[in-house]
Design a binder for this molecule. Structure first.
Ligand code: SAH
Length: 348
């Protein structure tokens, strides 16, 4: 019998694999196994979400960051990053534009920028909540205290995205400076869940030092956390970081992991990420066909798009928000899916 397929069947039935099984499955994957996996993944995707693809309007409101993650283009040591922050008015204009285009979720993402102090953030969240009571507000602002997360939740935020990046302590230290730790990052995720956020975690695929062992730990951590969303995308080197010369992650492995996530936790909200679309012209379509059900086009003003450069060659930095939505809608129709006007909540 074909071992990898047996592991996939077991994962589908029990939602669990032992660490050695995860490692063997990842290491022994091939095209036939992947096709077997994606077919099952699409079955679950259809069961809970049909052929609907949810959209999130991404507003990249600041590229100032106090952190110095070795992989990230907006790390504080990058002197070449052209820093910007949007005003509250600009953020609200992005929402207005997005609402008109059919977005019912706004994602506020940025570096860890102290200028956006607690009260200022609460005011922004509150303003969006008042104007758009039918929309979900997602925050992606990095690590904060539990109290801060709670107050933002009370101000009206519904969801929070914070990728754990890697579940393995040692590997985490290879990717981050000493002041950041995997323990702290994971604690934030438990806090967010406890407060009541729809919580998203995730990791980069093919980050330097990552092997099947780390991926097994990532999947096992996600199984324990039971988040509502998991964002994974290939690591893409950025020219002004310590990882400039490292190899990037592959489309093939990213798709395989999307498929595994879909059958491990079948109701997950799984984006086909911009990074995936960056390394493959049909990356997002292929992500959906591997089991993803969310896309996150950019709503940031065009003049700042290029500045929020986490990695090289990021796509869609020149397009207007409307073009992005139309383009994605066409791409999804091309593969038999439909971009919907919906908050796109986790299926209960
Ligand atoms: N400051 C926020 C937002 C981070 S940017 C936070 O800490 O959560 C969002 C995600 O982009 C990161 O979590 C990381 O996984 C991803 N990212 C950063 N640099 C990248 C790179 N070079 N290639 C691919 N993904 C990257």
């Amino acid at each position: 019998m074909d071992k990898p397929k047996q592991f996939i069947d077991k994962l589908e039935e029990t939602s669990h694999l032992a660490k050695e099984e995860w490692i063997a499955l990842i290491e022994n994957r091939n095209e036939t196994v992947a096709e077997y996996l994606f077919e099952k993944a699409r079955k679950w995707q259809h069961k809970f979400y049909g052929n609907h693809v949810y959209t999130r309007g991404l507003i990249e409101f600041s590229n100032y960051c106090k952190n110095d993650c070795y992989y990230c283009g907006i790390r504080r040591s990058n002197q070449n990053a052209d820093r910007y922050r949007l005003t509250s008015e600009q953020i609200l204009e992005c929402c207005q534009l997005g609402y008109g285009l059919g977005f019912r979720t706004f994602v506020l993402q940025g570096g860890e920028d102290g200028w956006f102090a607690q009260e200022r953030l609460e005011e922004i969240v509150h303003a969006i909540r008042e104007r758009y009571p039918d929309c979900a507000i997602t925050l992606s602002l990095g690590e904060r205290s539990k109290e801060s997360y709670r107050r933002l939740f009370e101000a009206g935020a519904d969801r929070y995205l914070l990728r754990h990046e890697t579940a393995d302590e040692e590997h985490y230290r290879q990717l981050h400076p000493p002041e950041l730790s995997a323990v702290q990052r994971k604690q934030c995720l438990w806090d967010l869940k406890e407060i009541g956020y729809q919580t998203g975690t995730g990791f980069m695929v093919g980050s330097p030092g990552q092997t099947a062992v780390q991926l097994a730990e990532d999947l096992m951590f996600i199984r324990r956390l039971e988040p509502h969303m998991v964002g994974i995308g290939p690591f893409v080197p950025h020219h002004d970081t310590p990882f400039a010369a490292e190899k990037g992650g592959t489309v093939e492995l990213t798709l395989f992991l999307i498929g595994l996530l879909r059958i491990m936790l079948p109701k997950l909200l799984l984006p086909a990420t911009t990074a995936l679309g960056t390394i493959d012209a049909r990356g997002r379509e292929r992500g959906i066909l591997a089991g993803a059900n969310v896309v996150m086009p950019n709503l940031s003003p065009t003049d700042v798009r290029k500045k929020y450069e986490l990695y090289d060659n990021k796509i869609c930095t020149g397009d207007e928000a409307a073009e992005c939505r139309t383009c994605l809608s066409r791409r999804m129709e091309g593969i038999g899916y439909q971009l919907v006007v919906d908050r796109g909540d986790f299926c209960q």
